[in-house]
Design a protein around this ligand. Structure first.
Ligand code: SAH
Ligand code: SF4
Length: 442
């Protein structure tokens, strides 16, 4: 979502006559569009800010803007003032349209004080809905590639107890379908082959205006856009993924057979403490339904280990479900206490040692499964959308299957944007590999 927001920030600057610099050293303005979902993401930003100052020691610093979710946290504003006072502007995700104006104010402001545009605290934001900035009528910098992001909704109303997103991104606001359809049509006419729809909980799309037009309907409408090739979406919430949505995907032509369904934990006790709104049995039911309707679909997930109070037994429930459901892949995280969330205040925080041990075990189990599944695809023909040259071998190109698996195509000829059939000869945990396949070529 930040990448998509950054394209709007770039577009706003271009409108003012700025152009994109190739590296930080030659830029007059640096915008860091930040994430606050885990401590590690924040630490990267602080260290990058320190490096920028060190690199320009003695010289003139560019105007530095800290944008995105971190700017929404009161502790960030305090820390900027104390530790990195050379940051001139801090702007929350709902205010990115104000960045160019604040930058020009900063350039002309001799007082050097921090200029901010952030939303009121969570309760206020949820009452007034005032945190949202919809991209309608905002420009977007031109990006290259075959795949484009389209944000279909902002914010989140779920308040999973570990998560900072609703606090920094505000309440859920769905964009009107006609604006989404128009944006997708424009991107398709510019030559983008794949469209990825973005939202914190895409399955709840449309529930905020509540006029009966939901995610399934949106997918059906986008599927009918002439010239569209592939449609993806992130992220789904298992609680809100209905059978009707699965049926729509089954019946669509262009929506990919890849389901990213964050499980978070396989223990019902922990799921309840997380406030996720489903049980492991319900989750399993959803995966079974998907697999029964769309054989060959891939299912990936997000899992957090070390949520407060998670015992070895809870963790083994997660491992058991992972082995049982055999995900194609998983993003795995160590629980990171986020100040202001309910989970950060809970007792029974798990020790760092136990968290690391559990993560290692989970990664080992999942990687074996991922590799096994990939190996089972050796000998198959995979429809692959070519994205870019392969960095390791420029004679090869990389692309993805509809199920979102990375494919290295070893034939000469295919270009980014081409959809080709690849015969898989080799596979590893992170890739499939093979030459282009033509009928009668075997
Ligand atoms: N809206 C999406 C994902 C948001 S954040 C969803 O509901 O799935 C992406 C992932 O980061 C989450 O799925 C979760 O696994 C992880 N995450 C969020 N907060 C976290 C925290 N405090 N500590 C560790 N991982 C976290
Ligand atoms: Fe965070 Fe839960 Fe919302 Fe996802 S659904 S953004 S995990 S609160």
């Amino acid at each position: 979502m930040n990448e998509r927001d950054s394209q709007t920030i770039g577009g706003l600057f271009q409108e003012k006559g700025f152009s994109l610099a190739q590296n930080a050293g030659e830029s007059d303005v640096i915008v860091m569009n930040t994430c606050a979902v885990r401590q590690s993401a924040e630490e990267k930003v602080w260290s990058r800010l320190g490096k920028l100052a060190a690199e320009s020691r003695g010289g003139k610093l560019p105007v530095i803007v800290l944008a995105g979710c971190m700017a929404q946290l009161p502790q960030t504003i305090e820390r900027i003032k104390k530790r990195v006072p050379y940051v001139r502007v801090a702007v929350g995700p709902g205010h990115i349209d104000k960045i160019p104006q604040l930058v020009s104010q900063a350039v002309h402001d001799p007082s050097q004080k921090l200029l901010t545009a952030v939303s009121p605290g969570r309760a206020e934001a949820h009452r007034t809905g005032s945190t949202q900035m919809l991209p309608e009528a905002l420009p977007r910098v031109k990006v290259s590639g075959v795949s484009a992001y389209v944000t279909i909704m902002y914010g989140c109303d779920n308040f999973c107890t570990y998560c900072i997103v609703p606090f920094v991104r505000g309440p859920q606001v769905s964009r009107e379908p006609r604006f989404i359809v128009k944006e997708v049509q424009e991107l398709v006419s510019q030559g983008f082959t794949e469209i990825t729809l973005l939202g914190q909980n895409v399955n709840a799309y449309g529930l905020d205006p509540g006029n009966g037009y939901g995610f399934a309907q949106l997918l059906e409408d986008l599927d009918g856009i002439p010239g569209i090739c592939r449609i993806r979406y992130f992220t789904s919430h298992p609680r809100d993924f209905t059978k009707t949505m699965v049926d729509s995907i089954r019946d669509s032509k262009h929506v990919c057979e890849h389901f990213h369904l964050p499980l978070q934990s396989g223990s019902n006790r922990i799921l309840k403490l997380m406030h996720r709104g489903y049980t492991r049995e319900e989750y399993r039911g959803l995966v079974s339904y998907i697999r029964s309707q769309i054989p060959g679909a891939s299912v990936t997930t997000d899992i957090i280990v070390g949520f407060p109070g998670e015992t070895d037994e809870d963790f083994q429930d997660t491992i058991g479900l992972v082995k049982d459901l055999r995900f194609d892949g998983a993003f795995t995280f160590i629980f990171s206490p986020r100040s202001g969330t309910a989970a950060a205040k809970m007792g029974n925080q798990v020790s760092r040692k136990d968290k690391s041990r559990r993560l290692q075990e989970l990664v080992r189990v999942q990687n074996e499964i991922t590799k096994d599944i990939n190996m089972s695809l050796v000998g198959t023909i995979q429809e692959t959308l070519i994205e870019e040259p392969d960095l390791k071998n420029p004679e090869h190109v990389r692309g993805r299957t509809r199920t979102n698996k990375l494919v290295v195509c070893t034939s000469k000829g295919p270009k980014p944007g081409d959809v080709v059939k690849v015969r898989i000869d080799e596979a590893g945990t992170w890739y499939l590999k093979g030459p282009m396949w033509k009928p009668n070529s075997d």
